[in-house]
Design a protein around this ligand. Structure first.
Ligand SMILES: *Cc1c(COP(=O)(O)O)cnc(C)c1O
Length: 372
């Protein structure tokens, strides 16, 4: 029996080996190894893909979030409202910008920010300036943006989308990441658009915010060697930019394949005592992960492991329960019960574009066998 991995960036490389090898060789032969034409070319193509005026490449997705916050002028004393059911990077970036994260719960039966919990937190905030809201489009589906946008407007907040898991997902016809003041992307190798190393980008339609992010990305330079503001160093590696250019050519096809795999899981797993991922109306889900829920999660995971099927848990602990954050990150008045319950029951099944129908069917058959 061949093992089935949960994700497989190497398969993505092999599928495009000729194009990627050529892209890497092009950069090596160019003699230019920091930013430059390759980085600019990818930024322009990615901005056009997302449908915004500006993309600024950077070192990784965490830096992208930090750059967006800093470019919005967010700093110490500012409150940024986000979720606890997310990659730790979301909260880490807020703290690196010097701001305070305020954690709110996720929706009943869903995985993204609950607008009602956000509103309750905005009405009873801890000490500080209400500065921004940072929804996370977890697993490939946009959060409930309509209500979140309305609250951001009503309270005068910046809206910064953590779009690290939803490259190509649409919300009412618009690309996710293009709706807020900033959309922040990670190109970590396993993401829907993945580099072969670390990389990230912020996108925005606002030329001033774009200029600010661009300066902060490289020491706060406006003119070379002269820092106009305090910045960081988080440049997009041109080798990764060239690879990302090749990968962008297949992103839509890869997302379509992920959706086909999800549909196959949906029908194959129907009728089991297992909660399958729902779909929000008016959005496309690009299935960065296909996440099921069951109180028997740990036993199901072990059963699949013995059948050589790898699964993931994204994420085993909400951020407020990590040792580093426990007891010191402010929480909205409605608490984080759903985030805690969800973390105990979620399981990410194998999901990547090169996963074959036969492999999907084996996952389905073994899952059915577990519940017999
Ligand atoms: C991957 C990810 C990040 C961070 O990206 P890195 O490139 O690993 O720094 C941030 N937020 C979410 C939701 C992610 O999935």
């Amino acid at each position: 029996m061949t093992p089935i991995p949960q994700t497989d960036p190497h398969a993505g490389y092999l599928e495009q080996k000729a194009a990627i090898d050529a892209a890497v060789a092009r950069v090596l032969d160019s003699g230019w190894y920091i930013l430059g034409r390759e980085a600019e070319a990818f930024e322009a193509r990615f901005a056009a893909y997302v449908g915004v005026g500006h993309a600024i490449g950077c070192g990784n997705g965490t830096d992208a979030l930090e750059l967006a916050l800093r470019a919005c002028g967010i700093a110490a004393g500012d409150l940024v409202f986000t979720v606890s059911h997310t990659a730790v990077a979301t909260v880490a970036a807020i703290e690196r910008a010097g701001a305070t994260a305020v954690l709110v719960d996720i929706e009943e039966g869903g995985f993204c920010m609950d607008p009602a919990a956000l509103e309750a937190a905005l009405k009873a905030p801890p000490k500080g300036r209400l500065a921004a809201v940072m929804p996370v489009h977890l697993y490939g589906e946009p959060a409930a943006l309509e209500k979140i946008v309305a609250l951001a407007r009503a309270y005068g907040l910046r809206l910064i989308e953590d779009a690290a898991q939803c490259h190509g997902a649409r919300y009412r016809g618009r690309m996710s990441g293009a709706i807020g003041d900033f959309g922040c992307f990670s190109f970590y190798p396993t993401k829907n658009l993945g580099a072969l190393g670390d990389a990230g980008a912020v996108v925005t339609g606002n030329a001033e915010l774009a200029a600010a992010a661009r300066e902060i990305r490289e020491y706060g330079w406006r003119d070379r060697y002269v820092s106009a503001v305090t910045g960081i160093n988080s440049r997009l590696d041109p080798i990764q930019a060239a690879i990302l250019g090749a990968k962008l050519d297949t992103l839509e096809a890869g997302n379509a394949r992920r959706q086909a795999i999800a549909a196959r899981y949906d029908s194959g797993l129907a009728g089991l005592p297992l909660t399958l991922p729902g779909r929000r109306g008016g959005t496309t889900h690009v299935f960065h992960q296909y996440v099921v829920r069951t109180p028997k999660r740990d036993r199901l995971r072990e059963h699949l492991r013995q059948a050589q099927i790898a699964t993931g848990i994204h994420y085993p602990l909400p951020v407020h329960l990590h040792p580093a954050y426990r007891g010191r990150v402010p929480v909205g008045p409605t608490g984080l019960c759903r985030s805690e319950a969800t973390a105990r029951e979620i399981l990410s099944l194998p999901m990547y574009p090169q996963l074959s129908d036969d492999a999907v069917d084996r996952v389905i058959a073994e899952t059915r066998r577990f519940f017999l």
